[in-house]
Unconditional design. Structure first.
Length: 313
C-alpha cells in the first residue's frame, strides 16, 4: 500500500482522477484516469526477492524491482506527464498487484474495465514491442507416506521417494513447441518434505511450473493422467500464451515469460513493451539503464499517440 499511496499522490498532483481497487487485505490496484480512456498504460507494483541494496551510478539504477517493474512505473508516469503537457487527454494508468504470483490484481481489474480500446503493458522487453508471450500452467503436488526409523525402512513408506518418481515422470513428458513462441519448458521450482535425515518422511511437496505455448488443455490432461492415483495435486494457475501484433516503427521480439495481459482481456487490444532486461530481473544484480528508462518514455508517448490516432480513423 505504501507504493500505491506514493504513486497516487504523484498522479493527483498531475491532475488525474485516482482510485484504489481493493484486491485483498492490505493490497490494492491503482487506476488513474484523464477522461474516458482510449489507451491505458499498465504494469505491476509488486516485486520478488532477492533483496539487494538500492544504489545508482552514472549509467544504471540497481535494486529489487529496478527493471521489474518499478523503473517501468517511473517511465510510464513521466510519459503521462509529457502527454498531458502536449494536450493529450482520454488516457489512463493502471498499476496492479499480484503479477508475480497469481495475477489476482489483474483479475480484479478485469471485472471493472473502463471501455479502453488499447492496453499497453510494461515488462522488461529491452524496449522492444512483443509479438507474443508464453503462458503458464502451474501444478502443486503432494505425496503421503509413513514415518519409520531410517534403519528399518521396510516399516515405513517414503513420501520423498514417491515424489521423486512422480517428478521424473513430469520431466519426461513430451512438451509442445510453437514456430513463433518456441518450445514449452518445465521448472520444478520448489521441493519440501521430511523432518530429519534418520526418519522416513511421511510428507513431501513440490511446485511445478510449465511455460506453455498454447492454451495448454492437452498438456494439462497429460499431467493429470500422469499424476492421477499417485499423489494429490492441484492446478493453481493456468494462463494461456498470448500473440500480439506488429506496429511500424517499433523493434519487435518474442518473450518467453508471462504477463498480466492474458488476464486483462476486457481492457482492449494488448501491447507489451518496457525498459530493462528480463535476464537480470529476479536476480541479485537486478538493474536498469537510465538511458533505457528515458527511451521508454519516448516509446510510450509515441505508442499512445499512434494508437489514439488509429482509433479515430
Amino acid at each position: 500500500m505504501a507504493c500505491a499511496d506514493f504513486i497516487r499522490r504523484v498522479l493527483v498532483e498531475l491532475g488525474f482522477q485516482v482510485e484504489l481497487q481493493p484486491v485483498d487485505v492490505g493490497r490494492s490496484n491503482l487506476l488513474a484516469l484523464r477522461g474516458a480512456p482510449e489507451v491505458v498504460l499498465s504494469t505491476h507494483m509488486d516485486t520478488v526477492p532477492p533483496f539487494l541494496p538500492v544504489r545508482e551510478d552514472s549509467e544504471f539504477i540497481y535494486g529489487r524491482g529496478a527493471c521489474d517493474a518499478k523503473g517501468i512505473i517511473a517511465s510510464q508516469v513521466v510519459a503521462a506527464e509529457r502527454l498531458l503537457a502536449e494536450g493529450v487527454d482520454n488516457f489512463g494508468l493502471l498499476f496492479l498487484v499480484g503479477e508475480e504470483a497469481l495475477s489476482d490484481g489483474a483479475r480484479v481489474a478485469n471485472e471493472s474495465p473502463r471501455a479502453s480500446k488499447f492496453i499497453i503493458n510494461g515488462e522488461p522487453t529491452e524496449n522492444k514491442l512483443a509479438l507474443g508471450t508464453k503462458g503458464i500452467l502451474r501444478v502443486d503436488i503432494r505425496t503421503r507416506g509413513k514415518t519409520a526409523h531410517s534403519a528399518y525402512p521396510q516399516f515405513g513408506e517414503s513420501a520423498i521417494e514417491k515424489l521423486l518418481d512422480v517428478l521424473a515422470g513430469v520431466r519426461a513428458l513430451p512438451l509442445p513447441s510453437d514456430p513463433v513462441l518456441g518450445p514449452s519448458t518445465v521448472n520444478i521450482g520448489m521441493i519440501s518434505g521430511g523432518c530429519a535425515a534418520n526418519v522416513i518422511p511421511d510428507k513431501a511437496a513440490a511446485q511445478v511450473l510449465f511455460r506453455t505455448v498454447d492454451g495448454a488443455q492437452e498438456l494439462r490432461a497429460q499431467v493429470a493422467s500422469l499424476l492421477e492415483g499417485r499423489c494429490e495435486y492441484e492446478f493453481v494457475r493456468a494462463t494461456p500464451a498470448l500473440r500480439m501484433e506488429k506496429l511500424d516503427g517499433f523493434e519487435t521480439d518474442v518473450m518467453a515469460f508471462t504477463t498480466d495481459l492474458s488476464t486483462l482481456t476486457n481492457w482492449g487490444r494488448p501491447f507489451l513493451l518496457g525498459p530493462g532486461s528480463i535476464h537480470v530481473a529476479h536476480t541479485d544484480h537486478e538493474s536498469v539503464a537510465k538511458a533505457d528508462l528515458v527511451q521508454a518514455v519516448e516509446l510510450y508517448c509515441r505508442l499512445v499517440r499512434k494508437l489514439r490516432a488509429e482509433s479515430r480513423n
